[in-house]
Design a protein around this ligand. Structure first.
Ligand SMILES: [Zn+2]
Ligand SMILES: [Zn+2]
Length: 177
C-alpha cells in the first residue's frame, strides 16, 4: 500500500486497495510473534482500504477509510461472531517542518524529498486495531449466559430462576428454625 506522490498530478486522486490480514500483520520491531498470532486470529477477511489524496505544491493530504470484519467473542454469551468494523484516519504529508499555525489539528508527516512515497501499512494496521470496539455484543438484545447453569439464554431459557427462588426460600426457612 504505497502511493508515489512524485508521479501524481496536482488535485484529487482515489486509490483502492484490498489487502489480506497477513500482509498487514507482519513481524517487525513493534510486534512480537505472540501479538501477531493473536491479531491474525482476529482478522481473517480481506481488508478494504480506500484512500483519497489531495496534492498541492506544498503538501499532500491523505484521507483513508478502512473496512473489514473481525472474529469477535461476545462479552455476554461468549459465542464467536463476525463483527464488521470501519476505521478512518487522516494525515498531511509535507516536505519541511510543519507550520504550527496552519494545521494544529492534523497529524503531520515529513516526506523524503528524493523519494516522496506514502507508505500506509503502519497507519492502516494501527487504525484497524483501534477500531475494534471495547464492548463486543453478538447482537444488542443478546441474553447472555445463565449465571447459574451457564446455558446460552439466546437458545432458550433454563429452569434456574425457579430453582434459585426455591433455594432462597429454603434458606429463610432454615433460619427460622
Ligand atoms: Zn451474545
Ligand atoms: Zn440456568
Amino acid at each position: 500500500m504505497k502511493i508515489q506522490v512524485e508521479t501524481l498530478s496536482e488535485g484529487t486522486h482515489e486509490f483502492n486497495f484490498v489487502v489480506l490480514p497477513n500482509e498487514i500483520f507482519v513481524e517487525d520491531d513493534e510486534f512480537t510473534t505472540d501479538e501477531l498470532a493473536e491479531d491474525l486470529e482476529k482478522f481473517v477477511l480481506p481488508i478494504l482500504v480506500s484512500a483519497r489524496v489531495e496534492k498541492n505544491p506544498r503538501q499532500t493530504h491523505l484521507r483513508v477509510k478502512i473496512s473489514t470484519s473481525h472474529n469477535a467473542i461476545c462479552d455476554r454469551c461468549t459465542e464467536t461472531f463476525e463483527n464488521p468494523i470501519v476505521g478512518e484516519y487522516e494525515m498531511v504529508y509535507g516536505y519541511e517542518q510543519r507550520n504550527t499555525m496552519e494545521m494544529e489539528e492534523m497529524d503531520f508527516s515529513i516526506l523524503d524529498n528524493d523519494h516522496p512515497i506514502i507508505e500506509m501499512h503502519d497507519d492502516v494496521r494501527q487504525t484497524l486495531l483501534l477500531s475494534i470496539p471495547m464492548k463486543l455484543l453478538c447482537k444488542d438484545e443478546c441474553r447472555g449466559l445463565c449465571s447459574h447453569c451457564g446455558k446460552n439464554l439466546n437458545t432458550g431459557s433454563c429452569t434456574c430462576s425457579e430453582t434459585a427462588i426455591d433455594e432462597r426460600w429454603n434458606t429463610l426457612l432454615s433460619l427460622n428454625q
